[in-house]
Design a protein around this ligand. Structure first.
Ligand code: NAD
Ligand code: UDP
Ligand code: UDP
Length: 319
């Protein structure tokens, strides 16, 4: 039903109790938007939203996006999906359902409301990439039947659905391919490399490097990432993406471990563990398109971002 009162933009953020979603919500509220957060708290936490309790423009709905959702909003950011390998492999069928059924429901909602919808896609659509750095026109190198496939193929199918709703129903879509992002409010036990290394360093436990540690990733600080997503949402209808959002600074896992050790002053030893199957060997975004279309480049260096993240983990979790 059309609203009678209230002129603020009302924005739906699915997955808003998670790491990226909670930062996005903070920024949208700062801009004066009304925000509705929909989350089933599978990997997210109310703790990430405590500071918003009682906020007059914020609302939380506990809901699983694999089921239909009827509400009235002006824009949708679709972030609901577990993102860390141990979380998305915990119940792989649910992961695919979240990406695929969740996308169908959120696209159906956007179609009824005739509103813009942004998809949090991922660099995982490139799989173990044979093209380096990755440009948006690269179709990827993805195993369809491995342990990472529920996430990679689910996200690829979601992109397909976004583009089919765009072509078939004229929906205004925005597809962001997010590269590894880190920062405060990552779950300390979600197994991702930045949170693992920081928690291990702070506790004086061994730093677990999988394989030889020569595989690379490019790490984007959360504030930069959120800025990129919001700029993408604010583009005109001719901009659909897919568009890479990430920091091109590329590091081996060994280099990351060394930086974390230096910044924490920890004496933790390095311990090598087996490399998980299908672990991509290299990853680096080509952000030429984001720079041209969004006027966006990341501002926070790995050293600066790690410092803030270490401070957060030290305050929130270290014993
Ligand atoms: P996260 O796990 O912290 O957040 C995901 C949120 O989605 C959680 O709050 C979780 O409870 C919620 N959720 C999961 N399944 C749901 C369902 N069926 N219904 C409703 N809510 C559900 O992860 P994140 O790092 O904040 O990632 C957010 C989004 O960004 C994800 O879609 C992820 O695939 C994408 N992404 C993240 C990264 C990264 O490096 N952080 C990289 C690429 C893509
Ligand atoms: N949907 C929803 N909220 C809405 C409208 C639709 O959750 O406000 C869901 C509903 O479950 C539907 C799906 O989105 O099945 C896809 O909607 P669409 O209109 O594309 O397809 P249809 O209704 O024809 O299946
Ligand atoms: N990794 C590692 N030690 C850890 C956790 C991860 O060496 O304790 C490696 C992992 O094998 C991968 C990289 O770090 O090569 C990034 O892993 P993450 O799970 O953070 O993200 P993704 O693989 O999805 O990019």
């Amino acid at each position: 039903m059309a609203r009678i009162y209230g002129s603020e933009r009302r924005v739906l953020v699915t997955g808003g109790a998670g790491f990226l979603g909670s930062h996005l919500i903070d920024r949208l509220l700062d801009k004066g938007c009304e925000v509705v957060c929909v989350d089933n708290l599978f990997t997210g936490a109310k703790r990430n939203l405590y500071h918003l309790s009682g906020h007059p423009r914020f609302e939380f709905i506990r809901h699983d996006v694999t089921f239909p959702l009827y509400l009235e909003v002006d824009e949708i950011y679709n972030l609901a999906c577990p993102a860390s390998p141990i979380h998305y492999q915990h119940d792989p069928v649910a992961t695919t359902k979240t990406s695929v059924h969740g996308a169908i429901n959120m696209l159906g909602l956007a179609k009824r409301l005739r509103c813009k919808i942004l998809q949090a896609s991922t660099s995982e659509v490139y799989g173990d990439p044979a093209v380096h750095p990755q440009t948006e026109d690269y179709w990827g190198n993805v195993n369809p039947i491995g342990p990472r496939s529920c996430y990679d193929e689910g996200k690829r199918c979601a992109e397909t659905l976004f583009f089919d709703y765009h072509r078939q129903h004229g929906l205004e879509i925005k597809v962001a391919r997010i590269f590894n992002t880190y920062g405060p409010r990552m779950h300390p036990a979600d197994g991702r490399v930045v949170s693992n290394f920081i928690m291990q360093a702070l506790r004086g436990e061994p730093i677990t490097i999988y394989g030889e540690g020569q595989q690379t990733r490019s790490f984007c600080y959360v504030d930069d990432l959120v800025d990129g997503l919001m700029r993408l949402m604010d583009t005109g209808p001719e901009i659909t993406g897919p568009i890479n959002i990430g920091n091109p600074g590329e590091f081996t896992m060994r280099q990351l471990a060394d930086q974390v050790l230096a910044l924490t002053g920890s004496m933790s030893p390095i311990e090598h563990r087996p490399l998980p199957p299908d672990d991509p060997r290299q990853r680096q975004p080509d952000i030429t398109l984001a720079t041209r279309v969004l006027g966006w480049t990341p501002k926070v260096s790995l050293a600066e971002g790690l410092k803030s993240t270490i401070d957060y983990f030290a305050g929130a979790y270290a014993s």
